[in-house]
Design a protein around this ligand. Sequence first.
Ligand code: ZN
Length: 111
Amino acid sequence: MPFQRCISCKEKISYSEKLASIFFGYRPITCKACGTVHEVDERYRFLFSLYTVMIPVILVYLLTAIFGIGSRLAQVSMVLLFASISVFYAGKRINYHKSKVEPIKKRISKR
Ligand SMILES: [Zn+2]
């Protein structure tokens, strides 16, 4: 199931928040309503690099071989195109789990 809501309070987490998190090196997402920190699952980090690097490179390698495209510029722009499609695709599927580190506010109030 794709990650769309806060694990604790079911507050909606927007798609753009997830994309921003991915672009900033899997920055954890903090729920605006309750402060629960969500981290990207380790296995999705691996899947994500697969989607954004490996698959575009392999696809372009195959396509340029099939259609005989020799231009380096065309190859690079195709990789970039596939990679950006993959970012948006993976952004929909990427999953988060609740961080083991408790929100700062809660930790202070417990002491
Ligand atoms: Zn929440």
